[in-house]
Design a protein. Sequence first.
Length: 243
Amino acid sequence: MKIIKLSAIDSTNSFLKDLALTSAIENFTVVAADCQRKGRGQQGSSWVSEPHKNLIFSVFVRFELFHISEKRYLNFAVSLAIFEVLSLENIPGVAIKWPNDILSGNKKICGVLIETSVKGTEISSAVIGIGLNVNQTDFPASLEKASSLQLLRGQNFELDRLLKKIVLKLKLKIALVEAKEFKLLEAAYLHVLYKKNTPTMFKDNKGTLFMGMVLGISEEGKLQVALEDERILEFGIKEISFL
């Protein structure tokens, strides 16, 4: 794998997207930064990370014959790659919170931002941005639900070793996407999905509270929630939150 290391950058995703536009970069090229000044999360949210303590990186992936209707399986693959590496590191209570946050218990330890390039009806490439809290031990009060591997395990982790393990695992999961092993990916994702089949309190984007139960993911990648009256509703990103 080719790894480009930067001391500071506005956004590893933006840097890698620009690089892909101006040069013929290798598949699975990685851009990693010690410090990211304008880290981005889902739907324009920010990603805050203490310099030199965490993993902040993006991976370029090229595809052939990958239809846009199959995009959710890429999300499954990326989430599962991180989940499996952290499970092997004995991080307790690891789960995937839809769409692709990685939790330990109810604490967020990793966020993912996947940005795709589309030609016609095919996804030609993707830039996969990953922010993993590794050795940071102090977080702003606004991030009360954030944690790190060091806080959870009480030990320091080697960043380069973790980076290579995640990228290698990501290659294996992307290979399943390319082999159209969609049922396998979906079953594995749903098996470790946060709050699946568990009665849970939710809040929608209008501030309404309601009880429901996560059932699965729709073909459009939306979260399917069964309500107490047996209706099944589907929600997009930022349309629903867990309480």
